[in-house]
Design a protein around this ligand. Structure first.
Ligand code: MD6
Ligand code: FE
Length: 202
């Protein structure tokens, strides 16, 4: 059913995770995390976010879900996606162009992410590639209809998940974070990177 779902547990070893974490820390120093607001309700999202790449995913009260090319608070362009992160995409995406967005989601122990589809892009033939760092998360994925049956996967530090093919538009979310399950982040919590191609290559 979800033919394009690929779960690559322990894709990154401890050394690679530490190197990637260094890259993420540098990105967050340049593009500080913020709390995006859900459209209409203006409710702040539970996760804090930032981005790297030409286009960053963003939402606020009036504009809704969209991609923007500058940081909402600093006004600066998003930093470039680091080479080490690009190389994960190049190795696993099976797609001939680089991603334009690396969304950085930061979870504390109580954070969750509701069931959603990633559908704010123009290019759906590219997969979304997700990299997890820090505490494990209970990830749930269903089908292309919100009410399709779901199954759960544990995403641990270093795991990579590829949502391509029919899984590209599958509903998915994070039900819980397992606090204390990883020692990668001294402050605890979880970092998730999702890499997306946004526009159609020309
Ligand atoms: C997360 N992930 O793992 C949230 N989206 O924190 C996502 O929303 C996601 O893991 C698209 C593809 C893979 C994902
Ligand atoms: Fe998603």
């Amino acid at each position: 059913m979800l033919d394009g779902l690929r779960y690559l547990p322990e894709y990154l070893d401890a050394t690679a995770q530490a190197a990637l974490l260094g890259d993420v820390r540098a990105l967050l120093a340049e593009a500080p995390p913020y709390r995006a607001l859900m459209p209409k309700t203006g409710q702040p999202m539970r996760v804090r976010m930032s981005n790297a790449g030409a286009l960053g995913w963003y939402t606020d009260c009036d504009g809704g879900y969209r991609y923007i090319s500058t940081h909402p608070e600093t006004g600066r362009p998003w930093p470039a996606i680091p080479e080490r992160i690009l190389s994960v995409w190049r190795a696993v995406s099976g797609y001939g162009h680089d991603p334009e967005c690396c969304l950085i989601n930061l979870y504390d122990a109580a954070a969750r992410m509701g069931l959603h589809q990633d559908r704010d892009e123009q290019e759906f033939s590219a997969p979304v590639v997700s990299i997890s760092l820090g505490d494990s998360a209970l990830f749930r994925i269903g089908g292309q209809n919100r009410r399709d049956p779901t199954r759960s996967l544990k995403l641990a530090s270093g795991d990579v998940l590829v949502l391509g093919g029919s899984a590209r538009l599958a509903f998915h979310g994070i039900d819980r974070i397992h606090a204390g399950s990883s020692r990668l982040l001294p402050e605890g919590g979880r970092i998730n990177l999702t890499l997306r191609r946004v526009t159609l290559p020309r």
